[in-house]
Design a protein around this ligand. Structure first.
Ligand code: DX5
Ligand code: ZN
Length: 220
């Protein structure tokens, strides 16, 4: 049975001077999740927000905080993000020395576990861990910035993962992240994604009509 399509707007494209209000607007506009891009200037060449900001944003919505950690090292910060109110904690396999340990650490805080693959990171990195995780985030841009161009060359990776998940009858969400817009959201869903992350399309298209843009990504 195919999973319901969920939209996870990335607040990287939101107005950082009023993130609380922006999150309320996303909630009211029908976002399923709130995608929070955490960057440390080390794993990726950009710096965004940390656990303290997430803790301040938590009371603004009950929606799932889908936290994408583009940081390394990562283990030493899991506790802070869990306590700040993250619901899904997604990390990059290249950011940890021991994938199992990071998975167990996230689970020890009763949070859902996601693993993210950069465009050139191969599925082999995570195949041994599929039975322990809840979500795979397939990146369709190089991590670090919003507003980049979608990389269709990641679609075969998405299709391969979808096939493996179906064959093994696993309950794993497939999330695609980067450059998602009204022209490519359908091919992303057809390739197997059931969660679409979008920042610039949701915040910029149709004069920033969040409800319309979220609806279009979901229904197209
Ligand atoms: C990039 C982030 C993405 C990005 C998506 O490193 O992980 O979530 O913010 O933004 P758009 O939709 O503008 O590509
Ligand atoms: Zn992201």
């Amino acid at each position: 049975m195919s999973k319901k399509i969920k939209i996870s707007p990335s607040i990287l494209s939101a107005d950082f001077s009023k993130l609380g209000e922006e999150i309320v607007s996303l909630d009211q506009a029908g976002a399923d999740y709130i995608h929070v891009d955490v960057m440390d200037g080390h794993f990726v060449p950009n710096i965004t927000i940390g656990p303290e900001i997430i803790k301040r944003l938590r009371p603004y919505t009950k929606k799932v905080f889908d936290v994408h950690l583009m940081i390394s090292p990562v283990d030493k910060y899991i506790k802070d993000f869990a306590n700040a109110g993250a619901d899904i904690i997604t990390f990059h396999p290249e950011a940890t020395k021991d994938i199992n340990k990071t998975i167990d650490l996230i689970k020890s805080f009763s949070k859902k576990v996601g693993i993210s693959l950069k465009p050139h990171s191969q599925t082999e990195l995570i195949l041994d861990h599929l039975s322990s995780i809840d979500l795979i985030l397939v990146m369709s841009v190089e991590p670090g910035f919003g507003g980049q161009k979608f990389m269709p060359e990641v679609l075969p990776k998405l299709e391969a993962l979808k096939k493996i998940i179906s064959e093994k009858n696993l309950n794993i969400d497939l999330e695609i992240d980067g450059g998602i817009n009204f022209d490519n959201c359908e091919i992303a869903k057809n390739a197997g994604a059931n969660i679409l992350v979008s920042g610039s399309t949701i915040f910029k298209e149709n004069n920033g009509n969040l409800k319309k843009n979220i609806g279009l990504l979901r229904s197209k």
